[in-house]
Design a protein around this ligand. Structure first.
Ligand SMILES: Nc1ncnc2c1ncn2[C@@H]1O[C@H](COP(=O)(O)OP(=O)(O)OP(=O)(O)O)[C@@H](O)[C@H]1O
Length: 283
């Protein structure tokens, strides 16, 4: 079963548009949603949460249309944005009282346990918390009505590597329940490499790739050589090519290439760069 299904989503904002965006997130998995600044990640997420009205297309969460079933669907979702957007003079204890009113399933004792686990002070005002603390508070708020799906829009951007790592561990802990799922938008590919099962790449409002991370990491290879050597690769093995520092580079399907060609193992970042900056043809 897919917890998220997006079919042909279209949305224009000024000069920018999402163009027939389609992808799915299977239950029990983490989808890394990646793209450079302005690629359309937040616009897609806002449409998914019905914060922005789509022009056409279909968005199903837990198999139900988000526009028709917004309230019931939102009970099962936890959302974390790139910052904590609540009045800055409130503290974590006051936020508990507010959240109780929004969610029938709000679990105060679970929330306060998370604050202790994440070392977030209960009585400090939001404006007095460090950025890392605010994000941890944001995650505690997103988790404490026991959602089945987390939608995370750049939750680790602007954080140092230690806090980022701690936060990724919190998401991995959430994934211990096999019915849980995450959509994680980021442009930090190393975070996605650590946590994601699938990667969806958006570029200029279009989906360029949506694939299992293991397929990308273990079935793709990079060949570096001269133009003539790249020309010797079988046509159907080549996914993208680009100019390298010394000649040409080709992203290829490993199994389709003769072992005489020495291939390097790509990182997720390499693959994304090939898709965004590379060419489909050889030259
Ligand atoms: N309200 C708006 N009116 C006009 N254009 C908008 C509006 N909101 C966003 N945009 C434009 O839409 C494009 C996509 O923005 P979006 O925030 O979805 O990108 P993103 O992939 O989330 O980028 P980032 O990583 O920088 O957050 C950008 O070019 C942005 O300037």
């Amino acid at each position: 079963m897919n917890v998220i299904e997006i079919h042909d989503l279209h949305k224009s904002l000024g000069n920018f548009s999402l163009k027939d965006v389609s992808f799915a997130v299977p239950q029990g998995t983490v989808m890394g949603f990646v793209g450079e600044n302005g690629a359309g990640k937040s616009t897609t997420i806002k449409c998914m949460l019905n914060l922005l009205k789509k022009q056409y297309g279909e968005i199903l969460l837990f198999g139900k249309d988000i526009v028709e079933h917004e309230l019931s669907i939102k009970n099962d979702i936890g959302v974390v944005f790139d910052d904590l957007y609540v009045p800055e003079t409130l503290n974590a204890t006051q936020l508990d009282k507010i959240m109780k009113k929004f969610f029938k399933t709000w679990d105060s004792s679970y929330y306060f346990e998370r604050l202790v686990q994440f070392n977030v002070p209960k009585r400090k005002k939001v404006k007095e918390l460090s950025r890392g603390m605010r994000m941890k508070l944001s995650i505690a708020l997103a988790l404490s009505h026991h959602p089945k799906l987390l939608i995370l829009d750049e939750p680790t951007s602007g954080l140092d590597p230690i806090i980022r790592d701690e936060i990724l561990d919190l998401f991995l802990e959430f994934m211990q329940d096999e019915t849980h799922s995450i959509l994680f938008s980021s442009h930090i590919t190393s975070d996605l490499e650590k946590i994601a099962d699938y990667i969806t790449l958006i570029h200029n409002g279009e989906i360029l790739l949506s694939e299992s991370k293991d397929v990308l990491l273990y079935e793709y290879g990079i060949f570096k050589g001269s133009n003539e050597e790249v020309n010797d690769l079988p046509e159907h093995a080549i996914i993208r090519t680009r100019n390298g520092t010394f000649g040409m580079e080709a992203l290829v399907l490993k199994n389709e290439v003769n072992q005489a060609f020495k291939l390097e193992k790509p990182s997720i970042e390499d693959i994304l760069l090939f898709y965004v900056k590379g060419r489909v043809e050889r030259w």
